[in-house]
Write a protein that binds this ligand. Structure first.
Ligand SMILES: O=C(O)c1cc(=O)[nH]c(=O)n1[C@@H]1O[C@H](COP(=O)(O)O)[C@@H](O)[C@H]1O
Length: 278
């Protein structure tokens, strides 16, 4: 199996630098004329898959919106993942998991073991029980060509009080996470498979991203107020590794598939214009 880093680079070069989330918020279901129940979520997800699955490099279902409906919602998530794979987009499941290492091993087998029903190309993970506690995810990702995106500087304003706090050695928590992930990706060519999440809303990071050698997921564009131009300020010379992520901004154009495709194309064009200047 090729590594996630290789597969991501190819997907982005073929389809453009864009990750679109599937976030069936109650307000979006209503604006699409769908019911706020499992049938509405199924129709919503199916429409996004049909419109964008063969067009967008990475699709990121947000697990919370499926979990709201219990086992039936998770069944919809499973079939959404299968459909996305058939259309050729990489699937990044947004679950932000993190725990003690022995429990992380179970999360790893849930999402990064090809025999699991919710097997995906990559997951989001929280490092706040220690980056080392995520080791079982990194190991299974390496074994099966998967990826892990580790939170470093999140897009929400509350994140800064923890993530920009300074530790005993003078580094911020975010820089410590960045440095540990950089070590995991060191020397991997052309790109490591362990990514970081850095919100497009965070402004100047004060962090050194020069050694990451992995993808940088940038949520917070559109609905949370950041624009493609903000990526320049946040990422500076690390811009080539950025994977811009939009959910509501693109989804709000639905349910018309043509309008969804046009919104995704606009997002790619906006981001390309910025990433190309790097
Ligand atoms: O990991 C994420 O994707 C994520 C990290 C972060 O720092 N901020 C953030 O908004 N997200 C997710 O990205 C999506 C953003 O949605 P929109 O604000 O609608 O584009 C949501 O599913 C969030 O859970």
């Amino acid at each position: 199996m090729e590594s996630f880093g290789v597969r991501l680079q190819r997907a982005v070069s073929e389809r453009g630098p864009l990750c679109v989330g599937i976030d069936p918020h109650p307000a979006l279901l209503a604006s699409w004329g769908l019911s706020d129940d499992v049938n509405g979520v199924e129709r919503f997800a199916r429409t996004v898959v049909d419109a964008l699955g063969d067009r967008v490099a990475v699709v990121k279902p947000q697990s919370a919106f499926f979990e709201r409906f219990g086992s039936q919602g998770v069944a919809v998530l499973e079939s959404t993942i299968r459909q996305l794979r058939e259309r050729g987009s990489l699937v990044l499941l947004d679950v932000k998991r993190g725990d003690i290492g022995s429990t992380v091993r179970a999360y790893a087998s849930a999402y990064l073991d090809p025999s699991s029903p919710v097997y995906v190309d990559a997951v989001t993970a929280s490092p706040f029980l220690g980056v080392g506690s995520l080791a079982p995810m990194f190991e299974l990702a390496a074994e099966h060509g998967g990826g892990v995106f580790v939170l470093a500087l999140t897009s929400n304003p509350e994140g800064a009080s923890v993530q920009r706090a300074t530790g005993a050695d003078g580094r911020t928590v975010a820089q410590l996470v960045i440095d540990e992930i950089s070590q995991l990706n060191a020397g991997v060519e052309p790109l490591g498979s362990i990514g970081l999440v850095i919100g497009a809303t965070v402004g100047e990071t004060g962090c050194d991203l020069s050694a990451v050698n992995g993808p940088l997921l940038a949520p917070g564009l559109g609905a949370q107020g950041a624009t493609a131009a903000d990526l320049r300020v946040v990422f500076g010379s690390a811009l080539p590794a950025v994977l811009p992520a939009y959910s509501r901004e693109v989804l709000g154009a639905g349910p018309d598939p043509e309008a969804l495709r046009a919104a995704a194309d606009r997002a790619v064009a906006d981001c390309r214009a910025v990433l190309a200047t790097s």
